[in-house]
Design a protein around this ligand. Structure first.
Ligand code: SF4
Length: 212
């Protein structure tokens, strides 16, 4: 399989339970809930996306002919000789492309594998940390995992926290929506967590400290 990758870079995970952990971000191109083009945003299923995932022109991005070459590119982004290798497969929607072969090659290269998915595609086996982030009224097929991270608030009835509270996740996070009402969204997320202690607040710390 040929993998289309927007970018590969080394940074800190900014969100969720692994906040602050060094990781290679492997951003796959493409998403099934928005084309990524501004002229399509208002009609998309997911309309608050803050990520550039179109094309393969980002740092470290490109087309990789096979899983071995993909894993080699991820390895090249990790500091030479450093242990505790961790890769976050994201997008776009990474499960449009991340397959068993890529998982095996990344494991062979010594990486623990995290995935950030919108939950509309069932995840393959072998993922070490699975984060599901439901969007709008998109049907969630992946109902188990390590963390459920919900951008909050979302107007659709299908995207209210109560819809997910009984799913089989170890961690439940609310993350304030980063739009023009971010302060208000943050207050609402805090209030919801205080009233429903199953949920924890997730902040986009990479934006706070000014890293990618
Ligand atoms: S599902 Fe994720 S990558 Fe796709 S449009 Fe929404 S926020 Fe962006």
């Amino acid at each position: 399989m040929t993998y289309s990758v927007k970018e590969i870079y080394f940074t800190l995970q900014g969100e969720g339970a692994h906040t602050g952990r060094p990781a290679v971000f492997l951003r796959f191109a493409g998403c099934n809930l928005w084309s990524g083009r501004e002229e399509h945003r208002s009609a998309a299923v997911c309309r608050f996306c803050d990520t550039q995932f179109v094309g393969t022109d980002g740092p470290g991005g490109g087309k990789f002919d096979n899983a071995s070459k993909l894993a080699a590119a991820v390895t090249a982004a990790w500091p030479s000789g450093a242990e505790n290798r961790y890769v976050v497969c994201t997008g776009g929607e990474p499960l449009l492309q991340l397959d068993t072969e890529a998982i095996e090659e990344l494991h062979s290269a010594g990486f623990e594998i995290g995935v950030e998915t919108n939950g509309t595609i069932a995840a393959p086996d072998g993922i070490d940390w699975l984060c599901v982030s439901p969007k709008a009224n998109a049907e969630v097929l992946q109902t188990t995992g390590d963390e459920l991270k919900l951008v909050y608030p979302q107007e659709e009835v299908e995207a209210q926290p109560e819809r997910f509270a009984d799913m089989d996740f170890k961690n439940f996070f609310l993350q304030p929506c980063d739009d023009a009402r971010q302060d208000e969204n943050t207050r609402k997320a805090i209030d919801y967590c205080l009233g429903h202690p199953q949920w924890k607040l997730s902040l986009q710390t990479h934006k706070i400290v000014g890293i990618d």
